[in-house]
Design a protein around this ligand. Structure first.
Ligand SMILES: Nc1ncnc2c1ncn2[C@@H]1O[C@H](COP(=O)(O)OP(=O)(O)OP(=O)(O)O)[C@@H](O)[C@H]1O
Ligand SMILES: [Mg+2]
Length: 293
């Protein structure tokens, strides 16, 4: 029996923008405490809208959105922001102070912490995102990736139990993407932070996430583990996504060239293990018998 409490629940949620764009339709979703959930979807599929509805920013939805069992539109901002924070897709929408330090300090100061505690929180948050050397820099002359990490530090300094992340890796370089995902994984595993992350990065998702939803044109199409959600190249194309490249290669070898792979791996690490098994089998059977002989 699962005893982890449900922290966020969406029941038959639909949302329309004022001029009529239907952005979400009939969404049902439950997120338990301590989960690291991904919302995977193409551009315009409704990811940002969904996170803003969950965070209580957009209140005129149909259906119901519950935070710890309470309807979000009935909670005061303080009750929401003490527990849950949203890191915007575009850091320019989040950052507003003159310097990195001041921006990151704003949240904890607003929460009423003493200045010594504020300082410690700012330093720790900047260290967590690898920005400690940029504390005195002006926001306006940071690179996009640095802004993204500064915005993340601002939320970390407040120490939320639930983080909503809108495309946290978009616009970061390959190492930056990994560092961001590792940071989120650490927050989730070591600090028990519940994370909901919107993304379209099909390569990163199977390495880091255990539970996924696919959103397409405002509807949830699939949910489950990456293995359950990533199916065939054709199905992924129908939701304007694709398989990770390594998975696509092995899927084609298996299904179009008849290579006897038992499963389609989603990560390079898994594919490597599978290939090594093949090489070993091939050797045992002798030249000519094995697949890769
Ligand atoms: N402020 C707005 N006013 C009207 N329509 C909007 C607004 N913001 C988004 N939309 C529309 O709602 C739909 C969902 O947009 P949303 O930004 O939630 O998608 P997304 O999955 O976050 O896309 P992306 O990957 O490009 O960030 C799209 O059709 C979009 O054009
Ligand atoms: Mg978006």
């Amino acid at each position: 029996m699962d005893k982890t409490p449900v922290r966020i629940e969406l029941k038959d949620v639909s949302f329309k923008y004022p001029e009529g764009t239907g952005a979400l339709s009939g969404i049902d979703m439950k997120i338990s405490g301590g989960e690291f959930t991904g919302i995977l979807g193409a551009n315009g599929s409704g990811k940002t809208t969904m996170l803003k509805v969950i965070d209580g920013i957009m209140k005129n939805y149909l259906g119901s959105v519950l935070l710890d069992g309470q309807e979000i539109r009935r909670l005061s901002p303080r009750m929401i922001y003490g527990r849950m924070g949203l890191v915007f897709q575009n850091p320019d929408d989040q950052l507003f102070a003159a310097s990195v330090y001041e921006d990151v300090a704003f949240g904890p100061r607003n929460m009423g912490f003493e200045e010594a505690e504020v300082h410690e929180r700012v330093v720790n948050a900047l260290r967590a995102v690898g920005m400690e050397e940029c504390a005195k820099r002006g926001i306006n002359n940071l690179s996009y990736g640095q802004k993204k990490r500064a915005a993340m530090a601002g939320l970390l300094a407040m120490g939320h139990e639930i983080l909503l992340m809108d495309e946290p890796t978009a616009g970061l370089d390959p190492m930056g993407e990994y560092r961001m995902m590792e940071l989120l994984t650490r927050l989730n595993r070591e600090n028990g932070v519940t994370i909901v992350m919107a993304t379209n990065s099909v390569e990163l998702v199977p390495i880091f996430l255990h539970r996924l939803y696919i959103l397409s044109r405002g509807r949830l199409k699939r949910q489950g583990t990456p293995e359950e959600v990533f199916t065939t190249p054709e199905e992924m194309e129908s939701v304007k996504l694709r398989l990770p490249q390594i998975a696509e290669l092995i899927w084609r070898l298996k299904n179009e060239d008849g290579a006897p792979f038992k499963k389609v791996p989603l990560t390079v690490g898994e594919a490597r293990r599978l290939m090594l098994e093949f090489l070993k089998d091939g050797k045992e059977k002798g030249p000519g018998d094995g697949l890769l002989a």
